[in-house]
Design a protein around this ligand. Sequence first.
Ligand code: HAM
Length: 416
Amino acid sequence: MERLPGFRDFYPEPVPHKDVWSADARQFIFGKWRETARRYGFREYDGPPLESLELFTTKSGEEIVGQLYNFTDKGDRAIALRPEMTPTLARMVAAHERAYKKPIKWFALPQLFRYERQQKGRLREHFQFNADIFGESDAAADAELIALLIDTLRSFCLTAEDFVIRLSSRNAWQEFYERGTQNRERPTEGEYHFYQVIDKLERTPPEETERKLVALGFSLVDVNRFIEAGEPTLELKAMLDNLAARGLRDFVKVDYRVIRGLAYYTGPVFEAFDRKGEFRAIAGGGRYDNLVKLVSGGKVNLPALGFGLGDVVLLELLKARGLLPQFDGGVDVFVLIEDETLRPASLKLIQDLRTAGRVVEYSLTPAKPDKQFKRAQELKAARTVMVGANSTVRVRNLDTRQEKIGLAAEVVGLLD
Ligand code: HAM
């Protein structure tokens, strides 16, 4: 039986094949995501991987809806695996926002599913670090979120030479669109289609873009001129100053080629890319001040902003820059049992060491001493411990080869 295309198997290191993924690397990434989110005061939440189809169809925009894994369940409900976390979060916040002081700052590490063509950096399942803020419309919140994104990437030892946050604004494009359509009829959905053309600018041949723009009453020359000028809006200026005060200015640049494909964004938007432009977007996000209102049927209205940072491109980048650590089982102690009459005393010692928080391994069944020692070395255990006569133990540091002898009751002290 083969696994489905675009899905991944995660194995403990060392991974047995180039087509499988490292469970240790995944855990390492999740650890950094959680650590950084907590440093910024974000609290963890979670939601269900299955949602009613309706939650996504009107909120997210055509592209993601075309990639939905959806089906009818046994109760005749139209449902979908979540392709992104934001609509679920908007639903959760709308339901219970009164119970929380504002601004609400939450994060999650969901697994997401998109039925898209499998390619480099894009799979049918991925994990995302999502961080979102609700209840604050000041640009200070946008800057705080971008600082969190920068520090998350920096926690993996990536620098301003490795990545850049490309900052843009739906407001700037909205003004551009309104200027361009002044005094003429605006087709319904015209603005959304215009955003879609800008979103695909870098991935579409110029002639095709020009044709689409002309159909909407614009020209590629004007669009390119606007992008090249890159004049920051007031909100973008405030964000840049805020980030400069933190010493993070080198990590961001204004780039109006970014507009974001998802339909719900309203204000500043951004994407993180590797500087060399070898990989697809590492992260993306922005303001979506109308989504809570939309999802709650007008009952709750809260400004909101957030980003999603995927594990697939991040891992590719960390591998390419040699920034993944060597992973091993982290075994502190391998207990050698050379005399089977001492197995009960050894089990007691193993139990004591584990209770003290040490990672302990040993041979489950009788084995020759050299085989046990070899296994300790394979596991890269820091020390071996052997129980001797009269409740003594012999502790050996496998790096320095130094030995200590003491009482079994004091074994934890002998490890330091
Ligand atoms: P998104 O741009 O669709 O945004 O996804 C964010 C990141 O997730 C991307 O930059 C990429 O690294 C990763 N990603 C997306 N699709 C795939 C895929 N098929 N395979 C591997 N990685 C992928 C959102 O999802 C928004 N909901 C983010 C957000 C949160 N906006 C506000 N709050």
